[in-house]
Design a protein around this ligand. Structure first.
Ligand code: MG
Length: 402
């Protein structure tokens, strides 16, 4: 196929208030109101949709129509996912208005516009490429569709069946929909009811343009209800495998004067600190060992030898980062961390929340997936006598799709 330049528009401007009510108090990601910002395997639904298109080379740019509340977060997501040429515009009152807002901001060097519902995260990428192959001089649009399987009845207002529709003639329209830019622009200009259209092909049909359907059998649902969201979650787990692993870590350091006391990357003011080759952060070391344990990759000493000068006084965050990278390359990510800090003095009280926040940041986890428990040893043993501190960590890891 010769090169084809396409601008992708993702319609994600809706408010989804009906959906929110159904979520029974589950909060969407950072107070964005729409279902598109609820988490599906730790990422907002919309992010899955966006990511699916990133590997399609014909897509020269992506313009997402989003509600105002989501705008501050898009920049962070774009950086995190290293999206190229993704921009966003304010969503409209209707889906068609959102698409129009995006269309106006799109690069007119793209003769084709691909429109996608933000709420369809399981983009059948191979079928999208097939859409591109089928777009040629003889057509103004090609859309993905499903053949209608159920028996469809036409019913009168009295409730009586008037007739059974021949289902061989019916398809259910989905997205993405690939449409010729010039025809779509003309439809918006000339059709007074354009902003009410529920998909792009309806706009093109109304003008007598030629739109083909590409039927397929992949699962490409539009997530509309809470039940859909639950099914989508189960489907993702099925696809990525739900294998979970546990890892255990434990670390003890002597407490001496003239050293700093770091726990989970937080500097704790105290007259003594942890003796060690690196920064002596026993909690970080326990977490690192637990991660290494879960992925069967040895222990911290094998990765960061205390005989190696380059690790001298090294901050443990760097080691944690390296270990997380190794885990991710092997297809694993932490999903929950539980820890115990055994330390007689000082009392950690207020610091626990900072330690938790810091670990949540480094592990890229929600705070409620991290637990920090601080205990004394009741004056018993070396910890009890204030000679040392010991930390333990239990980490659960989940396989992620590569
Ligand atoms: Mg250590």
């Amino acid at each position: 196929m010769q090169s084809m330049r396409v601008s992708l528009i993702i319609a994600a401007g809706g408010s989804g208030s009906r959906f929110q009510k159904g979520m029974n108090g589950h909060k969407p990601f950072r107070a964005c109101p729409s279902k598109l910002f609820y988490s599906l395997q730790d990422e907002p639904l919309l992010i899955h949709t966006l990511n699916a298109f990133q590997k399609i080379s014909q897509i020269a740019e992506t313009i997402v129509a989003i509600p105002q509340e989501a705008e501050p977060h898009m920049r962070a997501w774009a950086a995190k996912h290293k999206w190229k040429n993704v921009r966003w515009v304010r969503g409209g009152k209707t889906r068609a208005e959102s698409v129009l807002n995006a269309l106006k901001k799109s690069d007119d060097r793209s003769p084709w516009i691909l429109v996608q519902d933000g709420a369809r995260p399981f983009v059948p990428v191979e079928k999208v490429k097939e859409l591109f192959r089928q777009a040629n001089g003889k057509t103004d649009g090609v859309i993905l569709a499903h053949r209608v399987v159920p028996t469809i009845k036409q019913v009168a207002s009295s409730g009586e069946i008037e007739k059974t529709i021949d289902r061989r003639l019916l398809v259910e329209a989905e997205t993405p929909q690939l449409v010729r830019r010039s025809v779509l622009e003309k439809a918006y200009e000339e059709n007074p009811n354009a902003l009410e259209a529920t998909d792009e092909s309806a706009l093109l049909e109304a003008m007598g343009a030629k739109v083909k359907v590409l039927t397929h059998e992949e699962w490409n649902p539009k997530i509309t209800t809470v039940k859909d969201m639950q099914l989508a979650q189960a489907y993702m787990e099925l696809k990525s495998g739900s294998e979970t692993r546990m890892g255990l870590g434990k670390d003890t350091h002597r407490l001496v004067t003239g050293r700093k006391l770091y726990l989970g990357g937080i500097l704790i003011p105290f007259e003594k600190g942890a003796l060690g080759h690196s920064d002596g952060d026993a909690l970080m070391h326990a977490v690192i060992d637990a991660i290494l344990g879960a992925i069967g990759a040895g222990d911290i000493g094998e990765h960061f030898s205390d005989q190696d000068r380059k690790f001298k006084n090294m901050r443990s965050e760097k080691m944690l980062k390296a270990v997380l990278k190794e885990a991710s390359e092997k297809g694993w990510k932490p999903v929950q961390v539980d820890t115990v800090i055994l330390l007689e003095k000082p009392r950690l009280g207020n610091y626990k929340k900072w330690i938790r926040l810091n670990l949540a940041k480094f592990l890229n986890l929600e705070e409620d997936r991290i637990s920090i428990k601080a205990k004394t040893a009741e004056g018993l043993g070396p910890e009890g006598e204030g000679l040392s501190l010991t930390c333990e960590a239990l980490v659960s890891m989940k396989r992620v799709s590569l």
